[in-house]
Design a protein around this ligand. Structure first.
Ligand code: ZN
Length: 215
């Protein structure tokens, strides 16, 4: 029995029958086993009869003994065969959240993307969203600041002729640079209008604020 078992192991002809023989032998332990080239019977073939006999025996075991399968699996796990990929952990097919490509992972994997490249795209998008979000907040704050400033300097704003805009808005622009770190006029115009419309439109807007046409 024991010799036969070692023989079967060495031949690798049927993993299932090997396991069942091993499980059902009281003499074998995993430590005693000699695998592959280390085994004296390495490379020898089983004859047809013994193959058939073992095969039938295994089938019977699987069919009749409810716990045999479980014991086989446990045995495999302990023997390290699971780590060799002969007993796979449960897999799951997922679709990449970026490109939609299919990929297969073990069910417990946290992986959401098919590749490093797709995961990277998400990281960049997140960073961009935060950046854009912050920029929008700054734009909003600049617009509010211009509205408040216009109200507080109502007379100056209303009296500013359209050819003397620069003088009037210079202190406003200085304040904006001080508070928000923004000195590019195009950015300031964009904060108010969503696009660059130039100084003339800005002062018109400020006059409207003073006339309470804008809140
Ligand atoms: Zn992908």
């Amino acid at each position: 029995m024991r010799n036969c078992l070692r023989f079967i192991r060495s031949c690798h002809f049927s993993l299932t029958s090997t396991i069942s023989e091993w499980i059902n032998s009281s003499e074998t332990t995993i430590n005693k086993a000699a695998f592959g080239e280390l085994n004296g019977h390495y490379n020898l073939k089983h004859n047809k009869n013994s193959k058939k006999r073992i095969g039938e025996h295994t089938k019977k075991l699987w069919a009749t003994e409810g716990t045999t399968k479980q014991r086989m699996i446990e045995g495999l796990r302990k023997s390290g065969l699971a780590q060799k990929g002969k007993l796979k952990k449960e897999r799951q097919t997922r679709f990449c959240e970026v490109c939609g490509q299919k990929f297969i992972v073990i069910v417990t994997s946290p992986q959401k993307f098919c590749s490093q490249s797709c995961a990277g795209k998400v990281a960049i998008k997140k960073a961009t969203d935060i950046y854009v979000g912050n920029r929008l907040k700054i734009h909003e704050a600049i617009k509010d600041y211009i509205i408040q400033w216009s109200k507080e300097n109502r007379e100056i704003v209303l009296e500013t002729p359209l050819n003397k805009i620069k003088t009037t808005i210079k202190p406003l622009l200085d304040d904006i640079q001080k508070h928000f770190g923004v000195k590019d006029f195009r950015v300031i115009s964009k904060a108010v209008f969503g696009e660059d419309r130039g100084r003339k439109e800005l002062i018109k807007y400020m006059k409207q604020v003073c006339n309470e046409k804008v809140c």
